[in-house]
Design a protein around this ligand. Structure first.
Ligand code: B12
Ligand code: SF4
Length: 469
C-alpha cells in the first residue's frame, strides 16, 4: 500500500474526552491488544502500519491531526468500545478534515453490536464486524488496488445513501496462525498502569489465550462478539509469547484478559508445565468462572506464578446467580476457598442494577462479598451494553433512559430505570458495598502493604475518591 496508495495504515485508540476537546489521560491503562493484533496482521499482509496510542497517552486532537498530517496514511483505523463512540466520531472527523480521501475504518465491540449505526456516521467509511485481522488485510489490499470495498466480507458501509452489510466473515479458527500483537508499535511498557489491586511487579502486559465464550451471561457481550465456542491458542504458542515479551520487553507480570485460560484443564496444566520448564521468572493473574477450577489446577497455577484470580461472581442471591451466570452459589464458595488453599489471592467482581434487582438482593450481594474469603473486590453499576440480554430486556420494557453511548460507562449513574429500585438506591448500594468490603482491618492492612510505589498509592487514592465522595 505504501507505493500505490500513500503511507499505509494508522491505527488510533481514541482518547477520553476528545469529543469535547478536553482529553483526560486515564489513571489505569493496559495494552490495546485488539489494535495490536490488527497492526500485526496488516504488516504480515505486506502493508506498513503504525499505532497512535492516543488513549493511554492522553493525546489531544491536535496531536492526532499532526500525526495524520505527517504520516499521510491512506487508511485510518479506530477501535471503539461503547462509551468511546463520541470520541471515535471526533477522531474520524479529524482524519477526514486532514484529507477527505482517507478511508476511515472503525472496529471493536460497539461496532460489532451496531455496525449500521456506526457506518451511518458521515465521517466513518467502514464498520468492521467482529474480529478484524483478515478483514483489514482485505481492506488494505482493496484500497491499494483501487478496488471496490463492497467486495470485502464482514463490513458495513454506505452505498448510494443506504448502509449495507457485506457477506459474513468466518471466524478465525486457528489462532496460533496469527502474528503476536505488535508490541513494538505500542509505547514503552512503562506507560501502562494496571489496576492498583493487581499489585505491581516490573513491567506489565495483557495477553489473550483464546476468543469466544459459551456462556452468554446476561450483562456481557463477549459471546455475541466472539462466538459461542471457545477458540483456544495452544499452550506452546501462549508461552512462546510470554517468553518473547519477557526477554525482549522485560515484562514480568501478565494478565490473561480472556475468560478461557482455565476452561480447558489439559491445556492449562500444559501452560503451567511449560512456564516452569522454561524457567520463566514471571507472575500472572487471570479471570475465571468459579465453576471451571479445581484444587489440583489451582496448585499447578500457583507453582507456575499465578498470584491472583478474578472471579465474576456478580450477585449474592442464589437464584440470580443461576439466571445471570448459570452457576450455583456453592460453586463460588468452593472456588474461593480452594483458591485460598492453593495460596492464590482471590478477587471478586460484583454488579448492582440487574433487571430483577431489589433492595434485598443488593444487600445480599454486599453481604456475600464480605462473607467470601476474598482479598479484593470490584463493585460496578450494571451497564446494559448493546448485544447483551440485559440491553434487550431494558429496551423491550422501555426502561432505557438514554442512547447517548458515552453515558454507558460502569463509573456512571444507571442509564436505565429499574423496575424495583431507584438509581439513587443503586448508587448508594454500590458505594456502601465498597466501604463495607474495604474498611475492615485485614483488608486495609493487606492493601496498605501493596502501596509499594507513589504511582500505586496515587491510584488507590483516586479509586478511594470515587467511593467516598
Ligand atoms: C482488556 C480490556 C480492557 C482494557 C483495554 C481495552 C482496549 N482498548 O483494548 C481496559 C482496561 C482499558 C478496558 C476498559 C474498558 N472496557 Co474493556 N475489556 C477488555 C477485555 C477484557 C479484553 C479486550 C481484548 O483484548 N479483546 C480481545 C481482542 C482481540 O479483541 P478486540 O479488542 O475486540 O479486537 C478485535 C475486534 O473487535 C476488532 N477490532 C477492534 N478494534 C478494531 C479497529 C479496527 C480498525 C479494526 C479493523 C478491527 C478492530 O479486531 C480485533 C482483533 O480481532 C474485554 C473482554 C474480552 N474478553 O474481550 C473487555 C471489554 C472489551 N471491555 C468492555 C468495557 C465495557 C470496557 C469499559 C467501557 C468499562 C467501563 N469503564 O465502563 C472500559 C472503557 C474505558 C475507555 N474509555 O476506554 C466491554 C465492551 C463492551 C462494549 N460494547 O463496549 C468488554 C467486551 C467486556 C464486557 N464483557 O463487557 N477494557
Ligand atoms: S462474563 Fe465471562 S463467562 Fe460470562 S459470557 Fe462474559 S466472558 Fe463468558
Amino acid at each position: 500500500m505504501s507505493d500505490k496508495s500513500g503511507n499505509g495504515l494508522l491505527l488510533v485508540t481514541p482518547p477520553k474526552g476528545l469529543w469535547k476537546d478536553a482529553v483526560e489521560k486515564p489513571r489505569e491503562s493496559t495494552q490495546p491488544l485488539g489494535i495490536a493484533y490488527i497492526a500485526a496482521a496488516v504488516r504480515q499482509g505486506g502493508h506498513p502500519a503504525e499505532i497512535l496510542e492516543a488513549h493511554a497517552l492522553g493525546l489531544s486532537g491536535e496531536s492526532i491531526r499532526e500525526k495524520i498530517e505527517s504520516m499521510r496514511p491512506k487508511v485510518v483505523g479506530i477501535s471503539c468500545l461503547t462509551p468511546q463512540w463520541s470520541d471515535v466520531q471526533a477522531a474520524a472527523r479529524i482524519a477526514k478534515t486532514v484529507d477527505e480521501k482517507i478511508v476511515t475504518v472503525v472496529g471493536g465491540p460497539h461496532v460489532t453490536a451496531l455496525p449500521e449505526e456506526t457506518a451511518a456516521d458521515p465521517s466513518v467509511d467502514i464498520a468492521v464486524i467482529g474480529e478484524g485481522e483478515e478483514t483489514i488485510q482485505d481492506i488494505c489490499n482493496t484500497v491499494a488496488a483501487g478496488g471496490d470495498l463492497s467486495s470485502v466480507k464482514g463490513i458495513a458501509l454506505e452505498i448510494g445513501g443506504n448502509v449495507v452489510r457485506t457477506g459474513p466473515r468466518p471466524k478465525i479458527t486457528d489462532l496460533d496462525s496469527l502474528s503476536f500483537p505488535a508490541h513494538d508499535l505500542l509505547p514503552d511498557p512503562a506507560t501502562y498502569n494496571p489496576l492498583p489491586t493487581w499489585g505491581r511487579r516490573g513491567h506489565f502486559s495483557s495477553i489473550l489465550s483464546g476468543r469466544g465464550c459459551p456462556y452468554y451471561c446476561s450483562f456481557c457481550d463477549v459471546t455475541a462478539q466472539q462466538g459461542k465456542q471457545y477458540r483456544l491458542r495452544s499452550a506452546g504458542n501462549i508461552v512462546d509469547e510470554m517468553e518473547w515479551l519477557n526477554k525482549d520487553y522485560g515484562i514480568s507480570m501478565f494478565s490473561f484478559r480472556d475468560p478461557s485460560v482455565v476452561c480447558h484443564r489439559k491445556r492449562l496444566l500444559e501452560i503451567c508445565r511449560l512456564i516452569r520448564e522454561r524457567g520463566l521468572d514471571i507472575v500472572w493473574n487471570c479471570n475465571s468462572r468459579a465453576d471451571e477450577v479445581d484444587l489440583e489446577m489451582l496448585v499447578a497455577m500457583k507453582q507456575a506464578g499465578c498470584y491472583l484470580i478474578k472471579y465474576g461472581i456478580e450477585v449474592g442471591n442464589a437464584e440470580m446467580i443461576k439466571s445471570i451466570k448459570r452457576m450455583e452459589k456453592t460453586q463460588v464458595e468452593q472456588a474461593v476457598s480452594d483458591t485460598r488453599r492453593a495460596g492464590i489471592s482471590p478477587h471478586g467482581y460484583f454488579m448492582f442494577g440487574f433487571s430483577d434487582e431489589t433492595e434485598a438482593t443488593m444487600e445480599e450481594t454486599a453481604v456475600f462479598a464480605r462473607k467470601l474469603d476474598l482479598d479484593s473486590a470490584g463493585f460496578m453499576i450494571l451497564v446494559p451494553f448493546p448485544g447483551t440480554r440485559e440491553f434487550e430486556r431494558y429496551q423491550s420494557e422501555g426502561r432505557l433512559l438514554t442512547k447517548e453511548w458515552r453515558e454507558y460507562d460502569y463509573m456512571n449513574k444507571p442509564v436505565y430505570r429499574n423496575a424495583n429500585v431507584t438509581s439513587d438506591q443503586i448508587m448508594r448500594a454500590h458505594r456502601r458495598a465498597y466501604r463495607r468490603f474495604y474498611l475492615r482491618p485485614r483488608i486495609l492492612a493487606l492493601h496498605l502493604r501493596k502501596m509499594a510505589s507513589p504511582q500505586i498509592f496515587f491510584n488507590y487514592l483516586q479509586a478511594a475518591r470515587q467511593v467516598f465522595r
